[in-house]
Structures are given as C-alpha cells and as structure tokens.
Design a protein around this ligand. Structure first.
Ligand code: GLC
Length: 558
C-alpha cells in the first residue's frame, strides 16, 4: 500500500471571508477577523483553511471576479495582513489554500482593460473575441448566470465570451503568454507562503474553438452552457503544463471545481498518475433535487435518499485505488446541509446535523467543512427578494419571474429559500450580541434571526453540541487510518430511509448506520462479537432500533 499523502489525512475548512468575522465595523468580514478566529479553528481540529477569494475585485460576483491577482481587496485588508495570516496559521500548524479563479477575470482587470482597447493590442488574445455572425452573437451559448454568454463591445465591434456575468470575461487559455502569466502569478503566491489552491471552474478553461451551438440551450427556461463547455479539448494538456510548471514544484494541496464531471472524467484529472490535480469537486450529489421542469437548481423538491446513496456510492467505488475524492455537503454556492438533507426543526436540528456529518466523514476522501456547518447553521428565508445580494439569485428572479413570467413570485421565493447561494452566505453566528458578534456595523447581508439559539458561543459551552461532534470526527480521522484507506461498500441500497455502509481493510471493518427520518425504525444488520461503537449522536445504544436521525458507527476486527 502506498504511503498516504498528508492531504489525504487532512480535514479542510472553508472560510467565506466576507461573512466570517468583521473587525473594522464596515459590515464585511476581513483578514484580521480570520486571524482573530484561528484559535477557534484550531480548537475544532481542522488542518487546512480554504479561503474564498480575497483578491482585489469590484465584487460583481463577491470576489470571483478578480481585478488584480496580486493585490488584496481593500475591505479585507492588505498584503501585509495576508502574510500575517499565513504566518499565524503556520504557527498553529494550519495550512492555507487560496481560491484561484483563472477561467475568467473581472472586466476591470488591467489585462481586459488593455484587451478591449484595439484588435492589435498585445493583450487582445488574453480573452476570447469573435466577430458577430449575421449581426448576432457568434453562437447560442448561455451564461450560467442567465442570458447570453457573449457581450458586444462597441469599441472594436466584436463580442467577448463570458460564461458567467458579463463582468467576468473568459480568459483565452489557447494563448501561451496568458498561460505563462497565470503560472508566474501562482508561483508568486507559493513564494508568499500559500499551501495550496482550490481552482474555480477549472474544467472550463479549454473551449472548443469551433464554437459549435449548444443543443441544450432554451432561453425560454433558464439555460446554462457551462456543462457543454466543460472538459474541453485541451484541458488536460493545460493542467499537465500547470502541474509541471507550478504544482509539482511544492508539496501543496490542490482541488479543482469541475461542474459536470463523471467519475471517469475525475480519474483523468486526479488519477494517482495523472499529474494534474489531487482532487476535484464533483456536483452529482448536489443536483439530485434539481427542477423536474428544466429550471436547473430553481426548485423546491425534497431529495430522495436512494438517489443520494446511489450517487455518493458510485463516486466512492469508482475512485477507490485510482484517484481521491473530495467530500462535501455544502459550500458558498450551495444551501446549508442541515436544511437540505437534514431537519432544521428545533427538536431535530442537532441530531440531524450530527447524523449528516457522520455519513460524510466516514467516507473515503478528504472532508471539507463549510463555515457554520460545524454549529448547524441553517438556510435563510428573507421576506423580500430585495434583501438578497447574490447575482445568480437576482438574475434568475428577473429572468423567470419578471421577464419570462413562467414562475410566480410566490413560487420563486420557495425556490430561492431552497437553492439561493445566499443561504450559505449569511454572516457567521458567533454569539448572542447584536449582529451575532459578526460586526459592530451593518452587515453586508442580513444575519439569520435564529442567531440567539444557533451560535459559536453556545456551541462551545455545550459539551453535547454539534461543534464537539465535529471535533470528535476530525480527531477520529486523524486516529483511525481505516477512515482514510478503507474500501467502501453500500448495504441496503434500496432502503429509502436509512443509509448503511461499510468500510473495510484487510483486518478491520467499520459499519456506519444513519437514520435519515424523524421516525423510530427497526433495521437488521450483523454485528460481530467484540464490536465497539466509536461514535454516535445518542448516548445509549438501542441496537437494531434506530431513533430519529440516529447515527452510529461500529468498529470490529475481521
Ligand atoms: C464557481 C464559484 C462561484 C462563482 C463561479 C464563477 O462556481 O464557486 O461562486 O460564482 O465559479 O467564478
């Protein structure tokens, strides 16, 4: 057996800096705030912090539109602050992984400002420009944030491509100069002390330069050409080059965000001998409750456990021994897991949050925790659409309700409550003081009103809290090597209420059992003599009777 790499035994915690901790009263989180909270993260026990973008940005998409890769967003702090963060984290033996957004920049990036000047500008080919075809867009591609993926620029009479908002022009990876500029920038960050990269929509960087139409586009609904553009013709060539020139030069952690990948694709990106990335974020389990009416994530469907098990198990089995899974329930783009796959009612919130954590953390792969997940933060439901800030949510509302009139305002709000990215972006709930201890000013996005009950101070005071349960799971991952290496096997695949799986090595096994309902259920499973229960969200053990949202894990020798 190959020796595990450090990042295979690590647990990652995602910080969304805007919403984590404000220290200067401007209502927006900042880097000094992250430094202030490092002891909290250390107490939780995580190994790596993934920072969503902190670079300079006009914030059309909360920092995923970067105007300078080598400068810090002034509201977040300075270059000196980020270096202080690296140093303070390293002193605590924590690593920092930066978000890297190189499929596109902001239209306010100096490269784009140059590029749009003239057709012969040296930066022209840093982006993707095309002539109009019959006075229209070069093809029918749809932006992931609604509308078309091409914007016309009067100055030179051409269109530029933007898979996201028109303030996020796509970079032209066909251009070797652009690629070298990106690698230089990445190497510069490594010199500053960064320990890894999470690469935003990295499987979109190679486009089919013939620009064929996307057969799936339907502007009458809410289309996106993202998946059509994904896994393009030269993507592996580009990533191998990046690996050779940057990633292989240091012992870092890398994870690529890759919409639309299958396990076979993932093995191409992350196979142990692929020389590209270490892990990808796949999306299959996050789309199982998508709209049945072709509206993508704009839906209010409840998920089906059999589907969830099928998808997660497929990934566990397909990558075993070949590549490495990332394990996540939620992030800054997805609803809160306890609201989505658990039960946020007061009687069940803590139980179901612990149950979900158990199911994820015992799988093979590197677990990612999204800020606030460890205290069971829930989705948000603002009364008024105008309270939302997320460009994706506001565009979809405009598109489906105002322009197309295919969804009523009331129905759309149920979709927003279910799927909006702002569900995960409400500020971190630290304590019971005004604005939940997040800021002394007015928060950029309104705090969830449940903060007097759900907050870090309460969690840290209660030895039975979700926080301490996560702490135990993380500690177990560092202690029980079977959690890292064991093979995965799904049992009772058709059981619509209970998730049971095994992890197996040559000499031991783990049996993970999780009740996804608020009912008491009876289930048959074999427990060899000498089994010990390593963790559970209930104190006592009632054997084959599973109480509401009960989760338990047994260990035994084979
Ligand atoms: C990724 C990010 C998301 C962003 C998009 C465009 O999906 O996670 O937040 O809006 O890429 O950069």
């Amino acid at each position: 057996m190959m020796k595990n790499k450090w990042w295979q035994e690590a647990v990652v915690y995602q910080v969304y800096p805007r919403s984590f901790q404000d220290t200067d009263g401007d209502g927006m989180g900042d880097i000094p705030g992250i430094i202030q909270r490092l002891p909290y993260l250390k107490k939780l026990g995580i190994d790596v912090i993934w920072l969503s973008p902190v670079y300079k940005s006009p914030n059309a998409d909360n920092g995923y539109d970067i105007s300078d890769y080598q400068a810090i967003q002034p509201a977040f702090g300075s270059m000196a602050d980020i270096k202080k963060l690296f140093k303070a984290a390293h002193e605590l033996n924590l690593k920092i992984m930066m978000d890297l957004v190189v499929n596109h920049t902001s239209d306010e990036h100096a490269w784009f400002q140059q590029s749009r000047q003239s057709k012969d500008n040296p930066y022209r080919d840093f982006y993707i420009w095309r002539d109009p075809v019959d006075g229209h867009e070069p093809n029918n591609w749809a932006s992931d944030f609604g509308g078309r993926a091409w914007a016309f620029d009067e100055q030179t009479g051409q269109y530029y491509l933007h898979i996201f908002s028109k303030k996020q022009p796509d970079l032209n990876w066909e251009n070797p100069k652009l690629r070298q500029a990106i690698y230089d920038m990445m190497n510069w960050w490594l010199e500053q002390g960064v320990d890894g990269f999470r690469m935003d929509v990295i499987n979109l960087i190679s486009k089919d330069m013939q620009f064929p139409d996307d057969p799936s586009v339907d502007f009458g609904k809410h289309s996106s050409s993202m998946e059509m553009v994904a896994n393009g013709p030269r993507v592996h060539e580009f990533l191998r080059e990046m690996n050779e020139k940057v990633l292989s030069q240091a012992d870092i952690i890398t994870v690529g965000e890759t919409p639309g990948v299958t396990p076979a694709d993932a093995i191409k990106y992350t196979g142990f001998d692929a020389h590209e990335l270490q892990m990808v974020f796949q999306f299959e389990h996050t789309v199982i409750d998508d709209s049945k009416d072709g509206l993508g994530k704009w839906s209010d469907e409840r998920f089906d456990l059999v589907d969830l098990k099928r998808v997660l198990s497929k990934w566990q089995v397909a990558l075993d021994g070949k590549a490495w899974n990332s394990l996540y329930w939620n992030n800054h783009d997805r609803p809160r897991v306890v609201s989505r796959f658990g039960d946020e009612r007061p009687a069940y919130r803590e139980l179901s949050a612990k149950m979900l954590a158990t199911v994820l953390h015992f799988m093979q792969g590197t677990p990612y925790i999204y800020q606030g997940e460890e205290i069971g933060m829930t989705n948000i439901a603002y009364d008024d659409i105008n309270e939302y800030q997320d460009i994706d949510t506001l565009n979809a509302y405009q598109d489906l309700v105002v322009n197309q009139k295919i969804v009523s305002p009331e129905k759309m709000m149920t979709y927003v409550y279910h799927s909006s990215r702002d569900n995960a972006r409400t500020p971190m709930q630290w304590d019971t003081s005004t604005q939940a201890g997040f800021t002394t000013g007015k928060p950029w996005l309104n705090i969830n009103k449940n903060y007097p009950q759900i907050n870090v101070a309460n969690a840290v005071d209660d030895s039975n809290s979700i926080f301490y349960y996560y702490q135990r799971l993380i500690k177990l991952r560092h202690e029980l090597s079977i959690m890292t290496t064991g093979h995965y096997e799904l049992l009772a695949a058709d059981d619509a209420d209970v998730y049971i799986y095994k992890r197996t090595t040559a000499d031991e096994e783990l049996l993970v059992i999780a009740n996804f309902t608020d009912k008491k259920l009876q289930r048959e499973f074999d427990l060899p003599v000498g089994s010990t229960r390593v963790i559970s969200n209930y104190v006592d053990d009632t054997g084959h009777t599973l109480r509401p949202y009960e989760a338990k894990v047994y260990r035994y020798d084979k």
